[in-house]
Design a protein around this ligand. Structure first.
Ligand SMILES: O=C(O)[C@H](O)[C@@H](O)[C@H](O)[C@H](O)COP(=O)(O)O
Length: 266
């Protein structure tokens, strides 16, 4: 690893020389969390986004993890999903299925994808209902601070505009505090219709990891992590601050290149 820094709060930055090193360490991180959660509560409830994240976690479906991880105890959720058919090339479900789920023995009924036959609004409502049922049975734990679900791990990517999940800058859903899952129909990143966990749910997770690579996202990483002043718009990624959990940023050197509060040796 190039560098690991604990900021003076619950944020940790892990910066890697390259994408390959990041991927190996991300697989380790997920496998270790899975082991400790299963030891503690018998299951591992993980929610994921789409994008490059899925290929960055691909080492988890290879040796040794394919044999050592207790896949039967995994429950899969989506932190956000595009409202398209599950067979559509834009579907986050399809992306994860092709790149990961088809390679590991996760129980089919533990994979909680969205209802792709209804409107975005209805899909969000249905998904929240599913999450509520599983909180009731404690497959998903519950936050002691509020009544939100406490996912064992929420894995997020970040766009160059600083969006996470389908929470985009300046979108009113950033202020949603009553619902766990909401929807948008005007995503600036296509496709326009999406459902997404709200910030209270993301910030109630036991662990959140934001995984970012490439120089094209360095400015957004800087604004999300450094103590920037002035009239910068509030970046969704900066609003990820788990109330009673850990936040780890996985970055490659290019993505981390504009962080001011961390100095890298040449
Ligand atoms: O469905 C989506 O579009 C994603 O869930 C989105 O939040 C993604 O994670 C980021 O846009 C980063 O995507 P990249 O890593 O591919 O840039």
């Amino acid at each position: 690893m190039a560098l690991s820094v604990n900021k003076n709060d619950d944020r940790e930055l892990r910066v890697y020389e390259n994408v390959d090193e990041l991927s190996s360490n991300l697989a380790d991180y997920i496998a270790e969390l899975s082991e400790s959660c299963i030891k503690e509560r018998g299951v591992f409830a993980i929610a994921l986004s789409g994008g490059s994240l899925v290929s960055l976690m691909s080492k988890l479906s290879e040796a040794p993890y394919n044999k050592t991880v207790d896949w039967a105890r995994w429950y899969i959720f989506w932190a956000d999903e595009r409202v398209v058919a599950k067979s559509h090339v834009d579907s986050n479900y399809k992306l994860l299925k092709d790149g990961f789920l088809s390679k590991v023995p996760i129980v089919h009924s533990h994979v909680h994808s969205i209802n792709d036959l209804v409107s975005a609004e209805q899909a969000a409502e249905d998904y929240e209902f599913v999450v509520r049922q599983l909180v009731r049975t404690r497959v998903i734990s519950v936050s002691e601070v509020n009544d939100c679900p406490r996912f064992d791990l929420i894995l997020l990517g970040m766009g160059p505009d600083g969006h996470i999940a389908s929470l985009f800058p300046n979108n009113p859903v950033l202020n949603e505090i009553d619902q766990w899952v909401t929807f948008i129909t005007d995503s600036p990143k296509p496709p326009p219709e999406r459902i997404t966990f709200t910030l209270p749910v993301i910030n109630s997770a036991a662990n959140v990891a934001i995984v970012v690579t490439g120089g094209g996202k360095a400015d957004a990483v800087h604004v999300a992590i450094d103590d920037v002043s002035g009239d910068c718009p509030e970046l969704p990624a900066r609003m990820v601050r788990p109330i009673n959990g850990e936040l780890v940023w996985f970055l490659d050197l290019s993505a981390a290149s504009k962080i001011e509060s961390v100095k890298f040796s040449e």
